[in-house]
Design a binder for this molecule. Structure first.
Ligand SMILES: *[C@@H]1O[C@H](CO)[C@@H](O)[C@H](O)[C@H]1NC(C)=O
Ligand SMILES: *[C@@H]1O[C@H](CO)[C@@H](O)[C@H](O)[C@H]1NC(C)=O
Length: 214
């Protein structure tokens, strides 16, 4: 008799402890942090204007570079420092440069923390987890490799990630803005920046800092 009661007693004893675990929903996936250093080639579409961007993200050195090739057009360098200074320039005969000062640095590796999970979606042929953050960006990450595949800003400016080289670093000598960026006085030729990737990136950074600091 006692041997028949014992298993039931043990079973009942365990139910209260296991029940909450079994009934809880699976946790939403969270976006991967950006690697501390990487190089990515992006194909961007700004309302029909196409660009190829070399993105060099370098968090330990507090710098981020967008080298933007407009389709059959200008090659623009957008060099961002974590102290808030951006140098946006062209090389060659044009000698354009614009120096901007923002009150935020470059994007944090964890800038996607706290994004709202929207579920899974096929994008560019990859099965992705999708998040949205502060109604500013929609971010698609490969379910299997956890690499970013695509993102879209609220303006409709979109990025397709063509390569993603974790750990790739651009050598120091390439992070030098040209001398005409440091000339005072005379009105220099200045490239347009409003709506550019760097400008929108800094706005994004500002929004992310407002939401969470890390
Ligand atoms: C670029 O985006 C526009 C919408 O803004 C779209 O009509 C067009 O097809 C896109 N071009 C490419 C090459 O994806
Ligand atoms: C930020 O750092 C860059 C690179 O060292 C420098 O050229 C720039 O003057 C700095 N900006 C400020 C506001 O200190």
């Amino acid at each position: 008799m006692a041997s028949a009661v014992k298993p039931i007693f043990v079973f009942l004893l365990f139910i209260p402890f296991h029940f909450p675990v079994l009934s809880s929903e699976p946790k939403d996936p969270t976006p991967s942090a950006w690697p501390l250093q990487f190089h990515s080639v992006l194909f961007m579409n700004n309302s029909g204007t196409l660009q190829k961007v070399d993105l060099w993200y370098d968090w330990p050195n507090g710098r981020n570079f967008n080298i933007i090739q407009n389709q059959l057009g200008k090659l623009t360098y957008d060099l961002e420092w974590d102290n808030g200074t951006s140098f946006i320039y062209t090389l060659g005969s044009n000698k354009e440069c614009r120096v901007l000062h923002f009150d935020v640095g470059i994007l944090r590796p964890h800038w996607l923390d706290g994004a709202n999970y929207l579920g899974r979606q096929q994008k560019d042929g990859f099965l992705c987890n999708v998040w949205e953050k502060v109604d500013f960006i929609w971010y698609y990450e490969d379910v299997v490799t956890k690499r970013p595949v695509y993102w879209a800003f609220y303006t409709g400016y979109t990025a397709h990630v063509m390569t993603f080289e974790v750990g790739a670093v651009l050598e120091d000598s390439e992070w030098q803005a040209p001398v005409y960026c440091f000339k005072e006085g005379e009105e220099e030729r200045k490239p347009d920046v409003i709506g550019s990737l760097g400008w929108i990136g800094r706005r994004l950074g500002k929004l992310m800092r407002g939401v969470s600091s890390s």
